[in-house]
Design a protein. Structure first.
Length: 163
């Protein structure tokens, strides 16, 4: 494949571009009552990256501004569950947000993804990535990375369903 790419880089790129044309990005959120972490896919929907942490009371305005700049097809929302798979108490404000989101952005579909353990996994990833303790203490970093983990899990689930 590498030799093929070296001989035909434009062809490979155009093939990739044709397959991904018209695909909007996917945005994920780790919703919190004070702060919400956001993550986004690359245009080819292969990689989830932390995007931003936004004050939750500013979330709709932030999303509206982001959607004006980027084509977005779906919003993946972290679904908090208890260990017995029942809904967490934090679902009430999340459901309220999703209901308002669907009214304001009816063209963008909403998907759900289990978010159990994402905060712990985010902290572990930041430690392994070499982030200093002061950076890990900033809660916004954990929220962004958690959103990226939620999005990456969703991408893996969707890709596994296709194969």
């Amino acid at each position: 494949m590498q030799g093929l790419f070296l001989r035909y880089p434009v062809l490979i790129f155009l093939t990739f571009a044709a397959k991904t044309r018209g695909l909007g990005r996917i945005v994920a959120i780790d919703y919190g009552t004070k702060r919400t972490g956001l993550a986004v896919t690359d245009p080819g929907r292969m990689i989830a990256s932390p995007l931003e942490t936004v004050a939750t009371h500013d979330l709709m305005n932030y999303l509206e501004s982001y959607f004006a700049r980027e084509e977005v097809e779906a919003l993946v929302v972290g679904y908090p569950r208890n260990m017995d798979h029942s809904e967490s108490e934090s679902m009430r404000p999340i459901r309220f947000f999703v209901q308002a989101f669907r009214k304001r952005f009816p063209a963008i579909r909403v998907e759900w993804m289990d978010e159990r353990f994402t905060s712990k996994m985010a902290m572990d990833a930041m430690v392994e990535g070499g982030m200093k303790k002061t950076g890990r203490r900033e809660k916004g970093n954990v929220d962004r990375v958690s959103a990226a983990l939620i999005l990456q899990s969703w991408l893996e689930r969707v890709n596994n369903l296709r194969h």
